[in-house]
Design a binder for this molecule. Sequence first.
Ligand SMILES: Nc1ncnc2c1ncn2[C@@H]1O[C@H](COP(=O)(O)OP(=O)(O)OP(=O)(O)O)[C@@H](O)[C@H]1O
Ligand SMILES: [Mg+2]
Length: 304
Amino acid sequence: MLLRDILNMPTSSAIDRIRVIDGPNAVDLEREGAQSAPSLPRFTDAPGINSKTALAVKGLGKTYTTQNGTNTVLRDVSFAINAGDSVAIVGANGSGKSTSLRCAMRLIEPTTGEIFLEGRPLMGLSGLALRKARSKVGFVFQKHNLSTRLSVLSNVLHGGFARGCGIRNWTHSIAPKEERDRALDCLDQVGLADLAGRRADQLSGGQSQRVAIARALMQGPSLIFADEPAASLDPKAGEDMMALFSDLCRRTGLTLIVVSHNLEHALAYADRLIGLQAGSVVLDRKSTGLTREDLAWLYEETGA
Ligand SMILES: Nc1ncnc2c1ncn2[C@@H]1O[C@H](COP(=O)(O)OP(=O)(O)OP(=O)(O)O)[C@@H](O)[C@H]1O
Ligand SMILES: [Mg+2]
């Protein structure tokens, strides 16, 4: 399916329920099955799919089969994110934030739904074509998963594997010069070029997380998915991490989708918030003007 087909999707599609409803005309679109309405409008300023869309998911669902039957953890999740935007996914523990991120790149296979990465459908892809599409997305997780016995520079070089680099990218001593230069540039972007030669097990948590970001940049991504990147860091390092992401995105035009339990971070550093509750999108709006108190309802028990 091509971008023009996406633009021509029927207006009854799930994603139309979160289509653009601009500032002065902002209205509260109550969703079927959603909880009693909070005072703030829930679905405002959420873009529909257009030529600037970096990622769109439509009707994403995930049901696990367990020993006790089935467990539906994502229900009809739809959103579209424009290139260059910073979006925070928020919601209580178990609301489906990590599953949404992973399903959006098919690291977990969704049960239903469609995914469009830079206008191209992801669901029909497999093998090399899927890996190539995924290489546009750099992942940063709470656990940075560095190879602790290798140097910082070698760890960053590993990001090149997603671009199809060969085994010489395993360690900086044999990596091609252009790859080493690229890795050094990525380290420079996260302010760690001077630690290139240090072993990764001699870094602080904040420094390790920066190396993980440099490794993601080494892929040459256009989107970064970050799942609670600041969760293991102290308040100052966590704040620095979010500021770094925000600055990187502004400077390079990267699209950022970050899962965060820290509402202050989400409100300060994301242009837009997508809120999940019991596997459904219950909020999709700009962060401007919102406060933590406005979002307290997201963390209330749903009984689901
Ligand atoms: N393999 C699995 N089988 C069955 N249920 C699962 C499986 N993996 C995750 N779940 C369930 O899916 C739901 C959503 O999990 P997910 O990790 O996406 O939540 P989350 O919003 O990221 O939570 P947290 O804030 O704690 O990280 C949870 O109820 C979880 O128990
Ligand atoms: Mg999670």
